[in-house]
Design a protein around this ligand. Sequence first.
Ligand SMILES: [Zn+2]
Length: 265
Amino acid sequence: MKAKKYYLPRGMYYSTLQERESFYREEFNLELVEEWLSDRMKNVVFAVVIGRHTGIYPEKYRDESSTTILIDEYRDLEDVRDQILEFLPESVYYDRNLYSEKGEVLGQELAFDLDPENITCPIHGTLEDKMKRHQGLGFCELEFRMVRDETLSLYEELKENFTSVRVVYSGRGFHIHVFDEEAFTMSRKERKELAKELKAKGFPIDEWVTSGDMRLIRLPYSLHGMVSRIVTPLDVKELFRFDPVKDERCLPKFLKGSKLDRDAF
Ligand SMILES: [Zn+2]
């Protein structure tokens, strides 16, 4: 079968530097970020990637455009926002490790990353097929709907063992965060085993995130600069009909209005 042309869902495209700036200056909601991190996360380390996937970066950061830059020295969240405004990154993350004042690791937030590219699509094939066509980071609306259904199943599975479980629209797929204290203190080995077990059951998760080898996770309420969508925590009850092409909560202001009709690249 001949490979079909591969797009992002309609209306999803790379944010420009001006759009990133207007989002972080006018819209980025620090109260909601604070609420998300709450007392659970202390001494949080943030991180940004300026232009690794989009190739869009301020000229002065050309040499650092693909590196992960940590924001670990800041006075408060407003200061974090100012540092983000300096870099104008495509992505903002936080470190799931819980640190003591002295920087010792006390635990780690348990998380699951479900991305549409990990779905085997009836039209576009497996991740390997997509990579061969250099479409590893693209996805179609069918893959999105499939990953959404998998997220709901994984949520239900996790609720059998954990009580505080949150689902976040990540910009491309979904993240599931577990806030239970027992989850914070799980060992590396236990995390690896859990990831393996869920992968074996067929969940399209990135084992690297759940095992803790990748500690960074996209910051809720930040802008996903590859798709121009706001990373948005969702109520699991609405997940089955959630549509990021239209949902107002995940549309940045710069996209509202005429630009909504702009074609995906
Ligand atoms: Zn597809």
